[in-house]
Design a protein around this ligand. Structure first.
Ligand SMILES: [Zn+2]
Length: 260
């Protein structure tokens, strides 16, 4: 029991606003402390298997709250992805969500989810570049890191109450938060550069133009500047960051070099 408490404090120190959390500690009962500590421990030492389980649970949650296409969008995605069997050895599973949102995400459990709004605005080559970019975030472990951060924040929040739940028994709101952590992730410029490079290589490997990644970035930038409404997920990640023009320029230079 004594060994668990330092781990809990560590988890809190990594989070902003830990003063509030520390104030809450005095009101906590021993059982709450034990549950929170073990949840924090779980988060700190979260295994790849647990991450895969978190991914699967949060994606299942997303599948349950979105309208999954069974028609032409789904057929198009399956046709485009027919050569891709796995991500890092994990078998992929594909679904299209019917919504106007311009978004897509990939997860460490092999899930790839593409929104019909994205499919409406992208040609095949651009769409594959975006999917390749999202897969890049999984391959580079960005998704895992973002998910782990959200789960750790959740574990630390558990210190304020004694309603502790562990992986495998998470509420839909927590699963929703975890889904948001990879759906609307604010990755660093370095992470975006690396994911772009993955999307660049991915689309070339699938037989598309080396300019596919560049074209998709330009299209998303245009889309974002034309739309006054709130940009979502991919649109934000691709378009609202001041460094997006630099990303597009890098991808154009890479394509020029590749084509020489
Ligand atoms: Zn990205």
């Amino acid at each position: 029991m004594k060994r668990l408490i330092p781990a809990l404090v560590c988890a809190m120190l990594l989070l902003p606003g830990c003063g509030v959390l520390l104030n809450g500690l005095s009101n906590m009962d021993a059982a709450g402390m034990a549950t929170a500590a073990s949840t924090a421990m779980t988060a700190l030492s979260i295994t790849d298997e647990q991450i895969a389980q978190l991914s699967a649970e949060s994606v299942a949650y997303m599948d349950s709250v979105n309208k999954v296409d069974k028609g032409s969008y789904d057929a198009r995605l399956r046709r485009l992805m027919s050569n891709i069997k796995s991500i890092d050895g994990v078998p992929i599973n594909l679904k299209v969500y019917r919504t106007n949102e311009v978004n897509a995400f990939a997860c460490g459990d092999g899930s790839i989810r593409v929104y019909s709004g994205l499919m409406d605005v992208m040609d095949d080559a651009e769409l594959m570049a975006v999917i390749g970019h999202e897969i890049g975030h999984v391959v580079n472990k960005d998704t895992k890191t973002a998910m782990k951060k959200t789960y750790m924040a959740y574990a630390a929040r558990q210190a304020l109450g004694s309603t502790g739940t562990l992986i495998g028994n998470l509420s839909t709101s927590v699963l929703g938060d975890i889904a948001q952590s990879y759906l609307n992730a604010q990755y660093s410029q370095k992470q975006e550069f690396a994911a772009d490079e993955h999307g660049f290589a991915f689309s070339i490997n699938q037989g598309y133009s080396p300019y596919s990644m560049y074209n998709s970035l330009v299209k998303l930038m245009k889309l974002n500047s034309n739309s006054s409404s709130k940009a979502s997920g991919v649109q934000q990640a691709f378009s609202s960051h001041p460094a997006t023009e630099e990303r597009a320029a890098r991808m154009k230079a890479a394509a020029d070099a590749y084509s020489k």
